[in-house]
Design a protein around this ligand. Sequence first.
Ligand SMILES: [Ca+2]
Ligand SMILES: [Ca+2]
Ligand SMILES: [Ca+2]
Length: 477
Amino acid sequence: MGKLRKLTLGTLPVVALSGSLVMGALVTASASSHREAPLITEDPVADLTDVYAFVSPDRPDTTTLIMNVIPFEDPAGGPNFYKFGDDVLYQFKIDNTGDSEADIAYQFRFTTTYTNPNTFLYNTGPIDSLTDPDLNVRQSYSVTEIMRTDRGWERYELAQNVPVAPWNVGVRSYATTPYDTVANAAITDIGFGKLAFAGPRDDPFFVDLGSIFDLGGLRPLNGAHLIPLPAEAGKDYVAGYNVHTISLQIPTARLTNGSDPVIGVWATTARRTQRVLNEHEGNRGRHRGDWVQVSRLGMPLVNEVVIPVGLKDKFNASQPRNDIANFGGSIINPELGALIPVLYPGVTVPTQVDAGLGLGGREDLAVIFATGLPGLNRSATFSVPGEMLRLNTSIAPNPTPNRLGVLGGDTQGFPNGRRLTDDVTDIELQAVAGNTPFTPAFRIAPNNALGDGVDGNDKPFGPSFPYMASPPDGYSS
Ligand SMILES: [Ca+2]
Ligand SMILES: [Ca+2]
Ligand SMILES: [Ca+2]
């Protein structure tokens, strides 16, 4: 096992528990990673909302990777419905050597074509297949695998012209063939046991945004808040919205390194350095130059509630291997940990947890977010911390997953990777409040009951790839 160097974290801001601090911190909170940082909020097609990595429940020798982009897609948002950016490079990155540097990447590039440029309609009749001439706006994509080898980086063009599932426009547009029949045809075998799917889905994330944005409210615990209200059930404010997903199912042996079953996973989006506008193409312009990372996502909620607003854009441009130097202070002295006792008087949370890292402060959170848990999801050759999802691919999926994942006594689930069912909002709130094996004295009520009252998605997940629910349609929503 590698040894974590003792790192200087610089002077940490003194946390003053004033009312203005509470306000300032909470307005930066967000859902998972929906609109989490100032600049990426203005670039939704490159805005990663959530990343998932889990052992496929129906094909346990494979691992499913999911990245979702474009927050809060309105199902009726036509006629130019949401789609991937043709000028954005989307990537999954996998570290299988424990040094927080990618060893494998899967790259996706999209291309939009129009069957008939002389109509404003997305489709000119009911859509019966991915090749239906009535489907006017089409996207397709390429998948490239790049892999670090003894001979340097090797590049494999896995697939080209893979169709993107179309938008679920409405009941008339799928009057003759069900939407799911058309969309499921976009589940594509790209060879070597790999499946790919890209297109709109019901956003699988679930959270009570309305209450959490309102001074850290948790409706079921309304009576315990500094500004009490009658307790009520949580409301899923992401329900009814779609996202665009890029999903891969890959034989796990392709992702792991030797006998070590642990992989680290994150997603990035990148844009070209230059965008040159001209009078013929207007806003579209020409894109050229190198790729620059504009969004990054591994663990849910880290860039939202751990990273302060002044560093959020930097986080999106940064690399995991530099996380402790750049953001370590925010992890081991979490603002949220200081807010919980203020907003919920009488609740105490840990402030110092020694996990052997030599950092001080909340080392338990540094382990959860940046090193993986020893014996669970820390790489056998771990050497450099970095924020990413870490998945032990050797643990069999649980047929009846607990929404609280590993913290709920599950064999799988966040923070060991992340499944669609994992209630990461509650898990992370409880982790900050100390409901983890690191701090048994804090595994008590209400610390182990903190939650927003939204325990699952509004639509059931499917039994097979890509698992996410089909998107609500524009007519019915
Ligand atoms: Ca590596
Ligand atoms: Ca949903
Ligand atoms: Ca929840």
